[in-house]
Design a binder for this molecule. Structure first.
Ligand code: NAP
Ligand code: MG
Length: 516
């Protein structure tokens, strides 16, 4: 009998114990920077002609590691290796597959500071953001392991005289797992192990800005002796090898989290039946967001301001759940904006690999830095800059918290995902108008409302069309199986990671009847 699932608790880095452990882990990781991480196909390490250089976004001359860069031929080999391994892995009993995850969770839990430190270096996460990412990864392993034990048991069907009837879930086949860089451990490990625990085999193509943390995770999966070929580590450019993986006739499904643009491309390519392909591919796609916090004239303005600042600027606003729109009733607009600006001004920005433990660090890479700055330029035309524009020294891609007021619901700043620390403030009058603005994008990932009026909260429950809705709290920070996570409309295929529905997306039901 296992202990019931409980989310891994966070630590407090102002306390001496956790702080000392983090500094120790950062020193360990620093001593391991610059190593090379080859591909792993069918249990073999494979060197490549080209490599992907992973750098510290906060200190651009610091190389975190070099990952192999797979060619098209190596992508084909990886699918073939996964296809071979499927024959045996798909027959392994569900409970046994689950035990691999539970064991991996235990190892990750013991090394949680080290894995957090890798994310501080490779991703410029703050300590607590990195730690929370690692906790979520532990949670996915712990939760999916337990949930597979549940789903591995015979499922209930209606008894019928003269027959023995059985209904069980079986795996699909080879899955291509394509994670984003922004939760480089949690989302990567979550999608990968959901596919594996359900009996599928995987080709994992990590995000090119976060291949090292993925390699470290793959090392754990080797340590627990996951059979060769079940998990193939295939770093490479999505633009170069993505199509080969997605279009392969032996690919059975694709689990992707990332941008709307790439997600739509995968959806379209996966829909086309290739010569020799004998199934329709399944896609599990989690895409972007234009998430909002609605503040009515009946809200507690201080807690709203606190929630907005945390959700807009935590991890530099680079969360799919980040608050990028503050939609506020005109009656409380000025007071709230003042408080949000005051709080945001106090946020510290710097290199989080240093002992200072800043709240914010650099954005992920040069293209992101340029794109966010372009939107800041657009914001200056569409609205008025209430905060931002200062330079942060230190040789990294730093963008300080930036706030624009006077943004109209149809403006680009109100419609397009920026994925950086840029908050658009949009004014409205009355709940109808506020909810209309909130629902007025093509996305539907997260949203929050601050109000002390019961009727307003009840209306928001029904009318705010987002996959993750929060009342009187920030719109980021979903926990596994506490707040199953995933959005509506252009935010994805309506799947819910960290839910009791999720693993079924990686399986198909088989009905077996024996005449007695
Ligand atoms: P991205 O640019 O779409 O990249 C995601 C992954 O797709 C990367 O591994 C990337 O590889 C790969 N890729 C790129 N082009 C490809 C192609 N043509 N075929 C196949 N794969 C391809 O997204 P990102 O910048 O990493 O992540 C940010 C986005 O993810 C945001 O839009 C955010 O909202 C979204 N997100 C959504 C959720 C959610 O749960 N809904 C969670 C987190 C993030 P390379 O790195 O090699 O380009
Ligand atoms: Mg990208």
């Amino acid at each position: 009998m296992l202990m019931p699932f409980r989310p891994e608790p966070y630590v407090n880095f102002t306390e001496e114990g956790p702080r000392a452990k983090m500094l120790e882990a950062l020193a360990l990781v620093k001593s391991q920077l610059g190593r090379t991480y080859p591909l792993r196909i069918g249990g073999k390490k494979i060197d490549t002609a080209n490599t992907i250089k992973s750098i510290n976004p906060a200190k651009n001359d610091e190389v975190i590691g070099l990952a192999g860069k797979a060619s098209g031929d190596q992508a084909l080999e990886a699918v073939a290796a996964a296809d071979r391994a499927f024959k045996t892995w798909s027959r392994v009993e569900a409970a046994a597959r689950a035990r691999y995850l539970l064991k991996a969770a235990e190892i990750l839990r013991k090394r949680i500071y080290e894995f957090s430190a890798w994310m501080v270096y490779e991703e410029s996460k703050s300590w607590i953001e990195a730690y929370a990412d690692a906790c979520e990864a532990v949670d996915f392993l712990d939760f999916y392991g337990r949930d597979m034990m549940r789903l591995g048991r015979p499922q209930e069907v209606t008894p019928f005289p003269g027959e023995e009837n059985q209904y069980r879930y079986i795996p699909l086949g080879v899955g291509i797992v394509i994670p984003p860089w922004n939760f480089p451990l949690a989302i990567m490990a979550g999608m990968t192990t959901a596919a594996i625990v359900t009996g599928n085999t995987v080709v994992l193509k990590p995000a090119s800005t976060a291949p090292v943390i993925a390699a470290k995770f793959v090392e754990i999966m080797e340590e627990i002796m996951l059979p060769a070929g079940v998990l193939n580590y295939l770093p490479g450019s999505g633009g170069e090898i993505g199509d080969t993986l997605v279009e392969h006739p032996r690919t059975r499904f694709i689990a992707f989290t990332g941008s709307r643009e790439v997600g739509i491309g995968i959806h379209e390519k996966a829909a086309k039946v290739q010569p020799g392909q004998i199934w329709l591919k399944r896609t599990v796609l989690e895409m972007g967001g234009k998430d909002c916090i609605v503040v009515t004239d009946k809200a507690n303005i201080d807690s709203a301001a606190e929630g907005v600042v945390a959700a807009a600027f935590g991890f530099q606003g680079q969360k799919c759940s980040a608050c990028s729109r503050l939609i506020v009733d005109e009656a409380v607009h000025d007071e709230l904006v003042k408080k949000v600006v005051e709080r945001a001004k106090k946020l510290t920005v710097g290199n989080t690999t240093e002992p200072e433990n800043f709240f914010m660090a650099a954005v992920i890479d040069k293209p992101a830095y340029d794109k966010i700055n372009e939107y800041i330029g657009i914001g200056k035309k569409e609205g008025k800059m209430a905060l931002g524009g200062t330079k942060v020294p230190g040789g990294g891609y730093y963008i300080p918290p930036t706030i624009f007021t006077g943004i109209k619901p149809s403006d680009r700043l109100a419609q397009e995902e920026i994925f950086g620390p840029v908050l658009a403030v949009i004014k409205g009058k009355g709940l109808d108008a506020l909810l209309n603005i909130a629902n007025g994008t093509e996305y539907g990932l997260t949203g929050a409302i601050f109000s002390n009026d019961r009727m307003e909260l009840e209306r928001a429950r029904h009318e705010l069309h987002v996959g993750n809705l929060y009342l009187n709290r920030k719109c980021t920070g979903a926990l596994v199986d506490v707040q199953p996570f995933g959005g509506f409309n252009m935010s994805g295929t309506d799947s819910k990671a960290g839910s009791r529905d999720y693993l079924q997306l990686f399986m198909q039901g088989k009905s077996i009847t024996e005449r007695l």
